[in-house]
Design a protein around this ligand. Structure first.
Ligand SMILES: [Fe+2]
Length: 274
């Protein structure tokens, strides 16, 4: 049974290199068959690169997806916009370190396939109150800078909408899942997402703002995943709030879900035996 370790939200640059090194030592000591970094790797491309350099010393394969922070446009001298990061710079950086860009490339360990996506938010998780019931998805995007720094630092030259971006990632993931579903060599599929895909992966807390919460989930993604019976486990990051591995019922079937509890300066990981 393969041992797969998933970490996320390392935020190198806020989290120090010594903490990343400590994490890598702990992960290496577990002797995993595969390690996944599920987004929000570092603050700026230099920090992302440093973090990946640390993980490339692991002897097992490493799969990587981007997080929303990884698409912040901060390096204007080498990065054109967030699409440049997502579609070109980050995949090339990851592959250049001998790692796997899970947004477009599946991994297989024995008869377990692993794939993933950043996910993004499409406002399907919005909390409806008397103050928010009138807000459209375009409104949520327009007011985002007041509630989430993606609104200040993610820049699309093509002016794409959050819903469009989220749907394009979800559709591409479904194409990969359909192939895995019909592949007789695959017993089950682990999906790793940055943005959580199921309501049960989210931990509301007193004091949370109903608008800010809308940037923390993509429940449409969950409804896509549940259609594929081989998808047995979904692990996500992004919220920094732990949901331990547990089985839930969704659309008439059981699926295991978890959300990682990594936080700034406190990186964590989850070990799965699948
Ligand atoms: Fe995030």
């Amino acid at each position: 049974m393969p041992k797969i370790i998933i970490t996320a939200d390392l935020h190198h640059g806020i989290t120090g290199l010594h903490e990343i090194v400590q994490l890598r030592h702990k992960i290496a000591a577990e002797n995993p068959d595969l390690v996944i970094i599920a987004g929000d790797i570092g603050e700026g491309v230099k920090r992302i690169d440093e973090c990946l350099r640390e993980f490339k010393t692991l002897t097992c394969p490493v799969g990587v997806i981007a997080g929303n922070h990884d698409l912040w446009l901060r390096d204007h001298n080498i990065i054109r916009d967030s699409a440049h990061l997502m579609d070109e710079f980050l995949p090339q950086l990851v592959r250049g370190h001998g790692m796997h860009w899970l947004e477009t490339e599946d991994l297989q360990i024995g008869d377990v396939a692993v794939t993933g996506t950043l996910g993004w938010y499409d406002y399907s998780r919005r909390v409806v109150t008397k103050d928010t019931i009138h807000l459209t998805t375009s409104d949520y995007q327009l007011i985002k800078p007041r509630f989430n720094n993606d609104g200040n630092y993610v820049r699309w030259s093509d002016k794409r909408k959050d819903v469009e971006f989220a749907n394009s990632l979800g559709e591409a993931l479904e194409t990969r899942l359909a192939k895995l579903e019909s592949d007789p060599r695959v017993r089950e599929v682990l999906v790793v997402t940055h943005v959580p895909a199921f309501f049960e992966q989210l931990v509301p807390m007193a004091g949370d703002h109903p608008i800010a919460d809308s940037y923390f989930g993509n429940l449409t993604l969950g409804s896509r995943l549940i259609k594929y019976p081989k998808v047995r486990t979904v692990v996500s990051g992004h919220t920094h709030r732990e949901v331990p591995l547990q089985s839930i019922r969704s659309a008439g079937r059981e699926i295991a879900i978890a959300t990682l509890s990594s936080d700034y300066r406190a990186p964590k990981y989850l070990t799965l035996i699948v």
